[in-house]
Design a protein around this ligand. Structure first.
Ligand SMILES: Cc1cc2nc3c(=O)[nH]c(=O)nc-3n(C[C@H](O)[C@H](O)[C@H](O)COP(=O)(O)OP(=O)(O)OC[C@H]3O[C@@H](n4cnc5c(N)ncnc54)[C@H](O)[C@@H]3O)c2cc1C
Length: 501
């Protein structure tokens, strides 16, 4: 399926580098620390005509690897299949308020990412200033419920103090109870000690935490996998353990916001990283095959071009890698992992707002629901917190049905559903485009997730090189997740490549 472009997009990358210079990346930051103590890369003068390293993918993981390798004096070329930099980090620069359509929030634990942004001269803004979705109203089993009424509402299935937890927080807060990974090292999730939790999350919530079906149903509404039945409890436990680490970093940095974004849009970070590279990132270079001949690797692109390097770092998401040919073939376990490991699905439908519809029914504009559109959020990203645009954001199981709709059908269906559920929305919305990594050729989904049994089978092996090919990407991170996981993986792959160069 072709990539989705929002109306008004030129389809070309905006290379507004904001004045970032190549030299500005090079310095003494986290990348330098990552490679401290390594032997200086053996960059002996040879007649070799290829590159030292080719990085495939100009998302955060690939770009961070490229920056580290360049800093260490290697000749690095980055190939990117899309016509833009950033991968799953994608700010909708042409939509009022510039909402994020991909990686959105950086936690206080995002050390590499924040350090890189600082060194590239980018500014951060916290949730108050980002002034995004503010307050939800809830629509559950056809009934509207205000946040203030939830605790005593008859549709609230929980007991005791849990009744204060608002529906959109239930997944996170209830799953987190008695988390066996709490206080453990961040990589504990792959150790044998916790293997007994590599079971369906639904089973864990019922048998270990004693939640009833309705509580679990509400927890399952907005899920970043596809369904709790198909999600390893270890995956969710790890998510909360990383969240806990973020909270502890936030406490340690008192006075700093716990969550930040890049001022002017998160895409500015990967664009600045790309601009700091000596070899410009080559766009529209979709790689379909790797041929490792021992002394060098040939990378084959869809447009007929070929590139060679001593080593390759491949940061493509795994669902994309299913279609890529490796010579020699990947080990059987790696092939199985690539075939079987999935990413969470989601689809976003973006709208311009033609009127302040919430003034008509006097409820918060944003809705969290068990209706097919799940979440409808009004972005308040104007200079004084004004409403700027809105998004319907569908995650998990519900997102699959949209695979059978064209982009226009997605927008029409969602708008019809929204107007059916909330009459004040009639005439208030103008669809401006959809965004879904799951639908994109170079995407595959939002975040990696682990099905029951997969952690034990695959998690310890995701980082193994195949000959001269190293693998990066958030799916290979051991400690962090999301955007910081991408940085962690890029650093690890770069160090692996340096050790061999
Ligand atoms: C909607 C959404 C919300 C999110 N929110 C958050 C959040 O709030 N916080 C957070 O930390 N994380 C968030 N994430 C996750 C985060 O964005 C990703 O984990 C991270 O950006 C992944 O970086 P990566 O480099 O591993 O992969 P990608 O960004 O996917 O990079 C891979 C690159 O490879 C390219 N590529 C793919 N196939 C080929 C090919 N055949 N040839 C050449 N190039 C190819 C792709 O185009 C892409 O640029 C979110 C993601 C989504 C989608």
């Amino acid at each position: 399926m072709p990539e989705q472009a929002l109306p008004g997009k030129t389809g070309r990358v905006s290379m507004d580098t904001g004045g970032y210079s190549r030299r500005r990346f090079i310095g003494t930051g986290a990348c330098a620390l990552a490679v401290a103590g390594l032997p200086a890369a053996a960059r002996a003068v040879t007649n070799y005509k290829g590159h030292d390293v080719i990085v495939v993918g100009a998302g955060l993981s690939g770009l961070y690897a490229a920056c580290i390798l360049q800093e260490q004096g290697l000749d690095v070329l980055t190939l990117e299949g899309r016509n833009r930099i950033g991968g799953r980090v994608y700010t909708l620069m042409d939509v009022p308020g510039k909402p994020e359509a991909g990686g959105e929030w950086m936690g206080a634990n995002y050390a590499r990412m924040i350090d890189t942004a600082n060194r590239l001269g980018l500014e951060m803004l916290g949730p108050d200033e980002a002034s995004d979705i503010r307050e939800w109203c809830y629509r559950i089993r056809g009934e509207y419920i205000l946040a203030s009424d939830w605790e005593s509402h008859p549709l609230n299935p929980t007991e005791g103090d849990d009744r204060r937890i608002l529906p959109h927080r239930m997944l996170f807060e209830l799953s987190h109870k008695n988390n066996p990974l709490s206080g453990q090292p961040l990589d504990a999730w792959i150790t044998p000690e916790f293997a007994r939790f590599d079971i369906p999350q639904t089973h864990y919530l019922k048998e270990y935490l004693g939640f009833d079906d309705e509580t679990i149903r509400l927890m399952n509404v907005v899920i970043h996998t596809d369904h709790m039945d198909n999600t390893s409890a270890l995956h969710e436990m790890r998510r909360y353990a990383v969240g806990e680490f973020n909270a502890s970093r936030a406490l340690a940095n008192a006075g700093q916001p716990a969550w930040v974004q890049i001022r002017g849009g998160n895409s500015r970070l990967p664009e600045a990283m790309a601009a700091s590279l000596n070899n410009p990132v080559e766009l529209n270079k979709t790689v379909y095959a790797f041929e490792d001949k021992g002394e060098e690797v040939t990378v084959h692109c869809m447009d007929g071009t070929r590139y060679t390097a001593r080593q390759v770092i491949c940061s493509m998401p795994w669902p994309v890698l299913r279609k890529v040919k490796f010579t020699p073939r990947l080990p059987a376990r790696m092939e199985r992992a690539i075939d079987e490991i999935d990413y969470g699905t989601s689809i976003q439908v973006h709208f311009l707002l033609k009127k302040n519809f919430w003034e008509l029914d006097e409820m918060p504009g944003s809705m969290w629901t068990d209706e097919p559109f799940e979440r409808f959020g009004v972005h308040h990203r104007g200079p004084n917190g004004e409403a700027t645009s809105a998004v319907a954001f569908i995650n998990g199981n519900e997102a699959y049905k949209y695979d059978f709709m064209s982009d226009d059908q997605v927008s029409e269906y969602t708008m019809r559903e929204l107007e059916r559920v909330r009459p004040s929305l009639k005439g208030a919305l103008e669809p401006i485009g959809i965004q879904s990594c799951h639908r994109e050729v170079h995407g595959g989904g939002d975040w990696v997730f682990w099905r029951p049994g997969q952690v034990g089978q695959f998690a310890a092996h995701m980082r193994e090189a195949h000959g001269n090919i190293h693998f990066a990407g958030e799916h290979t991170a051991l400690m962090e997740r999301g955007m910081e996981g991408a940085f962690e993986s890029g650093e690890r792959a770069a160090v692996d490549a340096l050790l061999r160069s």
